[in-house]
Design a protein around this ligand. Structure first.
Ligand code: HEM
Length: 397
């Protein structure tokens, strides 16, 4: 059997990856199924990626991530240790996820649609028309953080704090120890904020997600700490990812004016167009796992405790599964499905809610602004994420 040192090397700092990340991954995925980068083992084949995401031999990669980051002892690390991310497969993970996955399943998430529509309409209403606007600031950051405020029944004015703090704490994925201090402070601020919101909500429960979670806690299905950790986790995982994926969707669709017009006239096509956006240009370029036992992967011996990265970008651009992956085709079949939200017992809790959010943004924007002008945009691709660094446009009415 071959060893880890025999794995082909993948260099995410190469000029090729930096300038054409998905094309580079597509090329690699044609020649190798598994490789090694400076962060760990990379899985490039779609089926192997999906299997690794679901396989019981692979557990959560978060504890290792915190070590790489060097997060000091204190409230932030304590929260991380007790949150869902640190729990491996098993009864505790299942018990923790059960109530919230039910509240946020397709039916549960549908009940957010009206509030989401309201947020989308209000946000577009506030954006100046017929002039250059920073759409990250005025639109993409605002929508998910405002929706989160609805979830926890907080004043809409809190949205800017939620969005800023989510961007700060998501830096955990940079694996850059220089961000550790800022990340710690971000988590501490979020913990204090959430404690306060729970205290306020407890006084008068309503018809919102936080009230439902409090009821579940009062029934004994979650402890007070677990409740608090979920509400923090939802801010942590929500705003930053969602804001970038909204921006990616706008850029990919608006840079194809025929598709933009088509969606404005046929909103029924928005869900399939969005599926193709998430296949063609996913926010999640990988997810992370760690080997719980020694494993054999495509003839390579991978010892217990190794960091494993199912490389979603490579899987989505693998021509064996997605013919002509470089072609943006909103009529692609639904299967194989995209892996932007991971899967199985680790899958993204907010995947149905955020899909509704982006659908509503695109449906509104293509209908109300068929002549939207995309003026400037800029992506940055780390091995983990696609980020939108600039999105300037004009809402031509
Ligand atoms: C487009 C936006 C989003 C993307 C691309 C995204 C992607 C992901 C991915 C890839 C994972 C890891 C899955 C795995 O490893 O198998 C994840 C986990 C998670 N996501 Fe999302 N997410 C998004 C939005 C949200 C939202 C809106 C929420 C709010 C509830 C959320 C909550 C979570 C939670 C709680 C987890 C951890 C689940 C666990 O460990 O059991 N995400 N997300």
């Amino acid at each position: 059997m071959l060893s880890m040192s025999d794995l082909p090397r993948i260099d995410f700092h190469s000029n090729e990856y930096i300038t054409k990340p998905l094309e580079t991954l597509a090329k690699l995925s044609k020649i190798i199924k598994v490789g090694k980068s400076e962060r760990g083992v990379e899985i490039l084949d779609y089926n192997l990626c999906r299997d690794a995401i679901l396989d019981r031999k692979f557990g959560t990669g978060h504890p290792k991530l915190m070590k790489v980051l060097g997060l000091e002892e204190g409230p932030a690390l304590n929260y991380k240790r007790n949150s869902i991310s640190f729990h491996d497969r098993g009864e505790k993970r299942r018990r923790l996820r059960m109530p919230i996955t039910k509240l946020m399943d397709p039916k549960g998430s549908e009940r957010f649609r009206n509030d989401i529509r309201h947020v989308v309409k209000k946000t577009f209403h506030e954006i100046p028309k017929n002039r250059e606007v920073d759409l990250i600031k005025f639109l993409c950051d605002k929508i998910p953080s405002r929706v989160y405020c609805y979830w926890i029944n907080a004043p809409q004015e809190d949205a800017d704090f939620v969005s800023r703090t989510s961007h700060i704490v998501q830096q955990v994925h940079t694996r850059d120890p220089t961000t550790a201090k800022e990340v710690s402070i971000g988590f501490e601020n979020l913990l204090k904020y959430v404690d306060e919101r729970i205290k306020i909500s407890r006084k008068a429960l309503g018809d919102d997600l936080l009230s439902d979670l409090i009821r579940i806690t009062d029934n004994g299905d979650l402890s007070d700490d677990e409740l608090r950790n979920w509400v923090v986790k939802m801010a942590e995982a929500n705003t930053d990812n969602s804001s970038h994926q909204i921006a990616i969707a706008i850029i990919e669709l608006a840079s194809r004016p025929k598709i933009w017009k088509l969606l404005g006239e046929n909103p029924d096509l928005v869900p399939s167009a969005l599926r193709e956006v998430m296949r063609y240009h996913p926010r999640s370029l990988s997810t992370s796992r760690e080997t719980l036992v020694d494993v054999e992967l495509e003839g390579f011996f991978i010892p217990k405790g190794e960091a494993i990265f199912p490389n979603i970008g490579a899987a989505h651009w693998n021509p064996n599964y997605f013919p002509s992956p470089e072609i943006f085709d909103i009529n692609r079949p639904e299967k194989p499905s995209h892996l932007n939200f991971g899967g199985g017992i680790f899958s993204c809790i907010g995947r149905f809610a955020v899909t509704i959010e982006i659908e509503e943004v695109i449906a509104y924007m293509t209908k109300a602004f068929p002549n939207f002008e995309l003026i400037k945009s800029c992506f940055n691709h780390s091995p983990m994420f696609t980020s939108v660094e600039e999105l300037v446009g004009s809402l031509v009415d």
